[in-house]
Each structure stands twice: as structure tokens, then as C-alpha cells.
Design a protein around this ligand. Structure first.
Ligand code: XUL
Ligand code: CO
Length: 438
């Protein structure tokens, strides 16, 4: 039985196609810089936004119309499994991602929650086997239930810390059972509201303790997924500890965790932190920590996490540029942590939204490949820093120079210093040409 009977299999039809149920740019087998688009992009559907989100906002109830709306919690969970694999097949989407509570309802007790989860995990496993679809990552939701109001790993309650630890332990077991390629930690409630009642040092130490326990347990059970931390500056907590890539990397370094974690960089989290997506990807990349991405976009006119499907080609191009420069995402992928707008309430909209996101990233990939191949930005940057290639610049870079030797150089170098233009407007115009040529 089909849950999306009005939606055909989505095929690549190419640029001129007017068919809304077709890809215009995502052509899975097309080779770009020696790899197929499918290998580059490793798209994933986010369970929570696609099958669980109902379109509520602080002023209104859900608007989404889904065939499973009237079912009991467990039957709803089972219908969503079917919906997931049908949607993935129809979109030719290789991966999916979920939080524990997205796939199975919480029970009255922790053991009942685990039991519900086991039932659905068995069903997911069966479907993965028969369809060949894979799990990019799973995670534990440590933010929705009221017990996490003060945080999970950074709570003031040791009992809540223990509950969260049990939930993470189960999440790692589920990840192993389903062969997850990554495991994500996003600390939505790991932060603080006011220093007036907060022991920040204890909270940060406890967060590190929890992550070390997770590393140890994964090792113990032979779960070899890449661990990822997903930075976000705020929302729901006023000040989250994993504020942005740089803050998170410094935390990992301080607590001896850097070698075990990479980052899952999300576009809308970057903009909430006052950065561009490419800034966060770049920081992660140059620190050897770019693991995976949550592909979405925010609205620059709004100050919150709108999780829109990515359609901004500048952003997808510059994101894919960072990813290509990183040599790909390895075990990571492009997860659409994005939801349809409240007014896009039909099942068809779920498909149109994913097609838009996949095409925007495919187009970003093609444009980024051109930037790499033609060394458009490389040659600009190389030229701009060429003074560090020879003479006094080479001495600075090699570590030979000292304040004394530089003073001697500056004193005898009495010609006026010659500076070059940054040529930013010209570079941006060139970027436009590349993006709109693919
Ligand atoms: C929240 C967010 C999460 C994480 C997974 O802003 O991005 O959905 O991706 O917990
Ligand atoms: Co996310």
C-alpha cells in the first residue's frame, strides 16, 4: 500500500524540465570531479521534520495533513516507517536520520520507551535490508521532555544526568544495530539561562564526562560510527555551550575529546551564531573536523531557526566548495534538517521541498567543482598572499623570523609599502558567472 499515491518516482529530467516531480540538476550517476553526484552528496532525509513535524508555531496548531494522523501512537510510528522508505525510494535518497523519539513513542517508564524503540528499530532494520537504504546518523532527543528543562548532561539534577546517560547508551546500541555511519550530539538544552543560578564549570565538566562515557561505551560495544557534535548558539537555551564551530573545537580540545569527534555543521545554526554557513564549514575544515552537514537555511529577516529547505545557490555553492576542499564528507552526508513551511501542508510539498533542496545542492556541487577545477578562488588567494612565499614572508612562515630580525628588516626597508586591491566586487561578479553557468 502506498502512503504517497499521488507522487511518482522522481527522475532526473535535466535543466529545461517543467515537471515539478523531476530533478533538474540532481543526476545521481553524473560524474563530477571523479565521483558521482550520489557519492559526493550522500543525501539524507530528517525523520523529525518530514514525518513528525505538523506545522505548529507558537500561535497555531499543526496544519500538515498526513494519512497517519488519526492512528494510535505505535501504529503511527509504524506508518511513518513505511512512509520513510517510500519517500526515500521515490526520491532516490540513500540515507535517513532520526532521534529516538521521532521513530517510537515514549512509554510511561524508561523500560517501556526502550521496548517501543526496539519494536520500531526491528521494523526499520527489516526495511533497510529490503530497500538497501541506510542510516546516516541517529541521536537521542535530550531536550523535548520536561525532565530536561535544566539540561541533560548539564542539568543540575544527577538523576536527570543518569536518565540522559541511559538514553544515550540505548542510542548507541540502536546505532550499532542499524549500522549508523555517525552518531550525533546536539545539546539543545546544554547551556544556561542565567549565571545567577549556574555552576558553569561543573556543567561543562559534566558535559565532557558524558561525552567520554559515550566514547568509552561505543568502543566497548564495537560501534565504530563517527561521533559528531552539532554546534548552535541558542534556541531553545538562551546560551548554548556548543555555540559555534570554534567554541566547540576549543571545548573538545580542553577536555581531551578532539580525536573522537567531528562537527555536524548546520547552515541555520551558523547564521544564528552570526556567521555564514561557509565560515563554519571552513573553521571545521581547517581544524580537520568537518564531519557532516545539516543542510537548511534561515531567513535573514527573522532571528530564529526557521529550518527552511536550502534553495540559496550562493550558500549551497560555497558550502559545496568547502566540502570539495575537505576531500568530501567521508562518512558524513547532506542531511536535510529542514521542514516545509506551515502553509505547505500537503504530502506533495514534502517531495517538492526535497527536490528543491537536492537540486540546489547538486547545482552548488557543479558550480563549486568549476571553482575548484578552474582554480577561480585558489589563484586569487594564492596571489593575495604571495608575499609570504619568498624573502621576509618566507622567513615568517618558516618560523625563522624574530621580532628583532623583523625590526631590522622594517628599518632598512624604507621604500613605501605597496598594497594590492582585494578586488572583492570583481570576484563576486565572477562567482555570479560561475553559479549561473551550471
Ligand atoms: C535543532 C537541530 C536538531 C539536530 C539533531 O536545531 O538542528 O534537530 O540536528 O538533534
Ligand atoms: Co540540525
Amino acid at each position: 500500500m502506498s502512503l504517497f499515491p499521488n507522487v511518482p518516482k522522481i527522475q532526473y529530467e535535466g535543466r529545461g524540465s517543467k515537471n515539478p516531480f523531476a530533478f533538474k540538476h540532481y543526476n545521481p550517476q553524473e560524474v563530477v570531479l571523479g565521483k558521482t553526484m550520489e557519492e559526493h552528496l550522500r543525501f539524507a532525509v530528517a525523520y523529525w521534520h518530514t514525518y513528525v513535524a505538523s506545522g505548529t508555531d507558537p500561535f497555531g496548531v499543526g496544519t500538515a495533513v498526513r494519512s497517519w494522523d488519526s492512528l494510535s501512537p505505535m501504529d503511527k510510528a509504524k506508518a511513518r516507517v513505511e512512509a520513510n522508505f517510500e519517500l526515500m525510494e521515490k526520491l532516490n535518497m540513500p540515507y535517513y536520520c532520526f532521534h529516538d523519539v521521532d521513530v517510537a513513542p515514549e512509554g510511561a517508564t524508561l523500560s517501556e520507551s526502550f521496548k517501543n524503540l526496539d519494536t520500531i528499530v526491528a521494523l526499520l532494520k527489516e526495511n533497510m535490508k529490503s530497500t538497501g537504504r541506510k542510516l546516516l546518523w541517529n541521536t537521542a532527543n535530550l531536550f523535548t521532555n520536561p525532565r530536561y528543562m535544566h539540561g541533560a548532561a548539564t542539568t543540575c539534577s544527577a538523576d536527570v544526568f543518569a536518565y540522559a546517560a541511559a538514553t544515550i547508551k540505548k542510542g548507541l546500541e540502536v546505532g550499532k544495530e542499524l549500522g549508523a555511519e555517525n552518531y550525533v550530539f546536539w545539546g539543545g538544552r546544554e547551556g544556561y539561562e542565567s549565571l545567577l543560578n549556574t555552576d558553569m564549570k561543573l556543567e561543562l565538566d559534566n558535559l565532557a564526562r558524558m561525552l567520554h562515557m559515550a566514547v568509552d561505551y561505543a568502543k566497548e560495544i564495537g560501534f565504530d560510527a563517527q561521533f559528531l557534535i552539532e554546534p548552535k548558539p541558542k534556541e531553545p537555551t538562551k546560551h548554548q555551550y556548543d555555540f559555534d564551530a570554534a567554541t566547540t573545537l576549543s571545548f573538545l580540545q580542553t577536555y581531551g575529546l578532539k580525536e573522537y569527534f567531528k562537527l555536524n555543521v548546520e547552515a541555520n545554526h551558523a547564521t544564528l551564531a552570526g556567521h555564514t554557513f561557509e565560515h563554519e564549514l571552513h573553521v571545521a575544515r581547517i581544524n580537520g573536523a568537518l564531519g557532516s552537514i545539516d543542510a537548511n537555511q534561515g531567513d535573514y529577516l527573522l532571528g530564529w531557526d526557521t529550518d527552511e529547505f536550502p534553495t540559496d545557490l550562493y550558500s549551497t555553492t560555497l558550502a559545496m566548495y568547502e566540502i570539495l576542499k575537505n576531500g568530501g564528507l567521508g562518512r558524513g552526508g547532506v542531511n536535510f534538517d529542514a521542514k516545509v513551511r506551515r502553509t505547505s501542508f500537503t504530502d506533495e510539498d514534502l517531495f517538492f521541498a526535497h527536490i528543491a533542496g537536492m537540486d540546489s545542492f547538486a547545482r552548488g556541487l557543479k558550480a563549486a567543482a568549476k571553482l575548484v577545477e578552474e582554480k577561480v578562488l585558489d589563484s586569487i588567494v594564492e596571489q593575495r598572499y604571495s608575499s609570504f612565499k619568498e624573502g621576509i614572508g618566507a622567513e615568517i612562515v618558516s618560523g625563522k623570523a624574530t621580532l628583532k630580525s623583523l625590526e631590522a628588516y622594517a628599518l632598512q626597508n624604507n621604500k613605501p609599502i605597496k598594497l594590492e586591491s582585494g578586488r572583492l566586487e570583481q570576484i563576486r561578479a565572477t562567482l555570479n558567472e560561475v553559479i549561473f553557468s551550471v
